[in-house]
Design a protein around this ligand. Structure first.
Ligand code: GZL
Ligand code: ZN
Length: 330
């Protein structure tokens, strides 16, 4: 579309020139406008299996849709995402999409995109801005519901969850990136549902930044200071897989001596679930690419789009993981 804009500009100057010079007809090569949409996508980083699958979905879907994708990886830093969005504005892309690494601090750059007349689509994570005119649509999961599903499984399985039989279901929580919508909401949803059962207590909670290494290190520190842990609730599979390493290193059996509940359902998490090292996974689909490209085409065409588009997702027990694994795309 950039070319079309530019072509439109040069055709005007050309035809103006032509009118005074030789009156070139409208069938000049510039008149066959190029309709390729150019999208600038500012990705969070490459912190987890989920993110890798999400990036793959976006890149493949852009290709399938014939959309020219400019893609940046912010290595988990908000300032890098803001810089990338500013560069897309300067490049006059047709549409900007991004997954905000944290909820806060976006109004200024989103206002710059709006003033430049470039529509913005949020994917995966939300922003806390009250001004919903700053973006056209938000495509992603309901993270509070994901936390509630994790909590509900624990409430429903409380009978087996007090592994050490001390009368308390002692939960340690591995939080996602501090300030990120999934971390805030998955904690809130979980806390809300487990409050129904006073024997369930979150006795420690710390961020593992959505990475395996982060989950392993935090779980090591939890294990050093508390030998009554019954359950780990990890905000994503990767931190849960890191916790498994720490639990094994402490001579304990993950999934039995300490139960593990995670979110995402990426391949390695589903494998650990099928192998009995994780007890329950709440799915969070990273395959947002196709819907994102559809929304982008509508937005660029000036069509109305829904402000909030929820992704479909389910949950998996160990038996369901064994069943589902062969057909998983990621
Ligand atoms: C959730 C996404 C989270 C995943 C993590 O939609 O933002 O970020 O749960 C990823 O695995 O790092
Ligand atoms: Zn206990």
């Amino acid at each position: 579309m950039i070319k079309k804009t530019l072509i439109a500009a040069s055709a005007i100057s050309l035809s103006a020139f032509a009118l005074t010079a030789c009156g070139a007809g409208a069938d000049s090569p510039d008149s066959d406008s190029d309709d390729t949409i150019v999208m600038g996508f500012a990705q969070v980083g490459a912190e987890s299996g989920w993110r890798t699958a999400n990036t793959k979905s976006i890149q493949e879907s852009a290709e399938d849709a014939g959309i020219e994708l400019k893609f940046t990886d912010a290595q988990g830093k908000q300032e890098n995402q803001i810089q990338a969005i500013r560069s897309y504005i300067q490049q006059k892309v047709d549409v900007i999409a991004f997954s905000p690494v944290v909820e806060t601090g976006w109004d200024a750059v989103l206002q710059e995109a709006k003033s430049a007349g470039i529509p913005v689509i949020l994917t995966d994570r939300a922003v806390d801005s009250d001004d919903t005119s700053l973006y056209e649509s938000f495509l992603g999961s309901d993270f509070v519901v994901e936390g509630e599903k994790a909590g509900q499984w624990l409430v429903d399985n409380a009978g087996d969850a007090d592994v050490d039989g001390d009368g308390t279901i002692n939960v340690v929580q591995l939080e996602g990136t501090t300030g990120a919508a999934p971390a805030i909401d998955r904690a809130d949803g979980f806390a809300d549902v487990i409050s129904a059962d006073p024997s369930i207590k979150v006795t420690a909670s710390q961020t593992g930044d959505f990475t395996r290494d982060g989950g392993k290190k935090v779980m090591e520190s939890f294990l050093q200071s508390d030998d009554t842990i019954d359950v780990v609730y990890a905000h994503n599979d990767d931190m849960g897989l890191g916790a498994i390493e720490a639990i094994k290193a402490a001579g304990l059996t993950p999934g039995k001596d300490i139960m593990i509940i995670t979110v995402d359902a990426v391949h390695d998490g589903m494998q650990a679930l099928a192998d009995g090292e994780i007890n329950y996974i709440v799915e969070c689909s990273p395959l947002l690419g196709p819907q994102l490209m559809e929304i982008a085409q509508k937005v660029v065409a000036g069509e109305e789009v829904e402000e909030r588009i929820l992704t479909e997702e389910t949950t998996f027990t160990q038996a369901e993981a064994k069943e589902a694994l062969p057909d998983r795309q990621y």
